[in-house]
Design a protein. Structure first.
Length: 205
């Protein structure tokens, strides 16, 4: 009984904005892992809420990242809807070696530039770590929009880091959400890889 009351009091102390962002965020990631196009409307709702949440928490790189997410969510919704008449949905694929090398270089450069700007010009928390996670997320989100399987591996890596960051910033619900994201991203990687292998099987004649 005491435990239930403690949980109830804790939930009451959480903001409605964060609760709404968590619920819509979990729904969008779960649906993406299931390769369901309806993940994108929930994603748009979630990132719109988190623009406000992260700005208030002085996680400016994360707040800016949500603006990018908003744009790529709209693009992802469009791209996923561009299936041919012969396909049930746009097929998944693996990244090319060239795209992976370009992405790695972009992450390193972006982290250095944004991290330095935030460190010298703002009161941002964890400027370089926040910038690194932001850079990785930029790549992962673009890969997700393009249905590239490696997006899930990047998300798993980044989400583990974010759990620690949000715990330190007392965003407990958000930290819990990102811990759940790690599990969903793992499921997404397994599902997408399985779907890719099935798409390469010869059709029965």
């Amino acid at each position: 009984m005491i435990f239930i009351l403690a949980i109830t009091d804790w939930l009451k102390s959480q903001s409605v904005l964060e609760i709404s962002g968590v619920i819509s965020g979990i729904l969008c990631v779960y649906l993406a892992a299931r390769n369901n196009i309806w993940s994108w409307p929930f994603a748009i709702i979630s990132v719109s809420l988190y623009i406000i949440i992260f700005f208030e928490a002085k996680l400016y790189a994360d707040a800016g990242l949500q603006v990018y997410f908003l744009i790529t969510n709209i693009y992802g919704w469009y791209f996923w809807s561009r299936k041919s008449e012969q396909e049930d949905k746009v097929p998944v694929s693996f990244a090319t070696r060239k795209s992976l090398l370009i992405s790695l270089a972009a992450i390193l450069i972006f982290t250095l530039l944004l991290g330095t700007f935030l460190y010298k010009g703002t009161d941002a928390s964890f400027p370089y770590l926040d910038s690194f996670c932001t850079a990785c997320s930029l790549v992962a989100q673009l890969f997700l929009a393009r249905k590239i399987i490696e997006n899930w591996l990047i998300w798993i890596f980044v989400d583990v880091i974010y759990v620690g960051v949000y715990l330190v910033k007392d965003l407990h619900l958000t930290a819990g959400m990102y811990a759940l994201y790690v599990l969903i991203a793992t499921m997404g990687y397994i599902n997408w890889k399985k779907e890719y292998k099935q798409s390469k099987l010869p059709l029965n004649t």
